[in-house]
Design a protein around this ligand. Structure first.
Ligand SMILES: [Zn+2]
Length: 477
């Protein structure tokens, strides 16, 4: 109907114009041009007015400031900014509302505190090469492909692909140079000269002091030495050292354990149960390094002796929630909860947070371990995740493979509840589009960047800490 009317109107107008004289045409056109000019002028003045209002509004905006970290969790004394309250007015990121309670890390040895807070030549060398020092003194190594981001900028620990944690047997042979825990059975000066060979940028004086410190307070160093002494006194018997999954191990099940420090059991003879999958077992002689489970609670202190100099244990699946606050169904401390507790900021000097580049490495390692455990769960629980619903997908895949003469491997489906998986991304995108359909197109597209010299970030730095080494603070601000 409308289109009919429009076409009739157009027809009439065309006929009118065909009839009008030159004069009439001139008058019509000048009236139209005058109206156009007026409209443009009005639009310009509206825009100028809007600009004036905007510029006034921008000068009136006060800078947002989170203030200082003054709020404290009632359960674990973690520090918070006021704006970090969740929707139920609680701070829960540290200890999950009091469910998680871990033993405090032991007091930092004076030597390490000095190295991290002073400005002397030794201290600066230690801070710059803390990852080399740690690797030289560690009992197990973290193997990963380190890929620093391109271009200049502050140090950033970035890895690509898998992480492995590896451990060496007690004695080296012709093919493998001594390293890691093996060096603690040498006398100090020889061990140090070997360590400096591999790490030329480290200072000999610093290395000596660290070695002496670990030999006195680190239980792993003591265990290695003890095993060595035992083998020297009885060269014919079979000896192995096991770093156990949990400390309340019933020792009677094993054959004649001759010694046990806080963390390790040294077994003589081949009787007794073989070590479980996740135990870390060290034999006197072996073929090079072997992988150890990232789930063993000794993994963290063995890889990071400079963060846990007294051998403080890492996460173990035996850890339980605090009795009075646990729920009936879920009562184990998860890996994520463990690391959230450890990474929370509390008052006082923290060896972990002050350790700069090594702290970055620890955070990356913790993230990879946690994500690895989640992926493992998905791999082992495909039945519960109702994978049979994806039959059609599997059929399509098999057909395509057989057309191309390929064999399909085992299918593992990553559910959309796994953050960052393609299906999770797809779901988020669909949700966003559904909102657009309901409420119309968005007015603003907001991107957010962070400046490391924001006062909140700088106020949270202690001593010689730098924002680039405190990703935990930067993301929170
Ligand atoms: Zn707390």
């Amino acid at each position: 109907m409308n289109s009919l009317r429009t076409s009739q109107y157009n027809l009439r107008r065309r006929e009118q114009r065909a009839r009008e004289s030159l004069d009439e045409r001139f008058q019509r056109r000048s009236a139209r041009n005058a109206a156009d000019r007026l409209r443009r002028a009005r639009a310009r003045s509206d825009q100028q007015m809007a600009n004036r209002v905007n510029s006034q509004a921008e000068t009136n905006v006060s800078e947002h400031d989170c203030g200082m970290m003054t709020e404290i969790c009632n359960f674990c004394q973690a520090l918070y900014w006021r704006n970090e309250l969740n929707s139920s007015n609680k701070y829960t990121k540290c200890c999950h509302d009091g469910k998680v309670r871990l033993p405090n890390l032991a007091e930092t040895p004076d030597l390490l505190k000095e190295f991290l807070t002073n400005n002397s030549l030794e201290a600066r060398n230690y801070q710059n090469h803390i990852r080399e020092y740690n690797a030289a003194l560690a009992f197990a190594s973290m193997v990963a492909e380190v890929k620093s981001p391109p271009a200049n900028g502050p140090y950033c620990f970035r890895i690509h692909g898998h992480i492995y944690h590896r451990i060496a047997p007690l004695y080296s042979n012709e093919r493998f140079k001594p390293g890691y825990g093996q060096l603690y059975i040498f006398d100090a000066s020889e061990a140090n000269s070997r360590r400096l060979e591999n790490n030329p940028s480290c200072l000999s004086s610093v290395m000596e002091k660290l070695d002496a410190l670990l030999r006195t307070i680190n239980p792993y160093a003591k265990s290695y030495l003890q095993m060595h002494q035992l083998i020297q006194s009885n060269p014919t018997v079979n000896v192995k050292m096991i770093f156990m999954e949990h400390l309340d191990l019933d020792m009677r099940r094993y054959n004649a354990p001759t010694s046990r420090t806080e963390v390790a059991a040294i077994f003589v003879g081949d009787d007794g149960e073989p070590p479980a999958n996740r135990d870390i077992c060290i034999y006197p002689i072996g073929e090079g390094c072997k992988n150890i489970s990232p789930l063993n609670q000794c993994n963290d202190p063995m890889v990071y002796p400079l963060l846990f100099p007294r051998g403080e244990q890492g996460w173990s699946n035996e850890m339980e929630h605090v009795e009075e606050r646990r729920s009936a169904k879920r009562n184990r401390v998860t890996q994520l909860q463990f690391y959230a507790y450890r990474l929370s900021v509390r008052s006082g000097f923290s060896l972990l947070h002050s350790s700069g580049k090594l702290f970055q490495q620890y955070v990356v390692d913790a993230y990879v371990k946690t994500e690895g455990s989640r992926l493992n769960y998905i791999r082992l629980n495909q039945k519960d995740l109702r994978v049979e619903f994806y039959r059609g997908l599997l059929d399509a895949l098999t057909t395509r493979a057989s057309n191309n003469n390929l064999r399909v491997g085992k299918l593992v489906i990553l559910p959309s509840s796994f953050q960052g998986s393609p299906r999770s991304m797809q779901q988020n995108y669909q949700d966003a589009m559904a909102m657009v359909r309901k409420f119309g197109r968005p007015d603003l597209f907001v991107t957010f960047t962070c400046n490391p010299s924001w006062p909140e970030i700088l106020n949270a730095m202690q001593g010689r800490e730098r924002p680039e080494n405190r990703p935990d603070i930067v993301v929170r601000v």
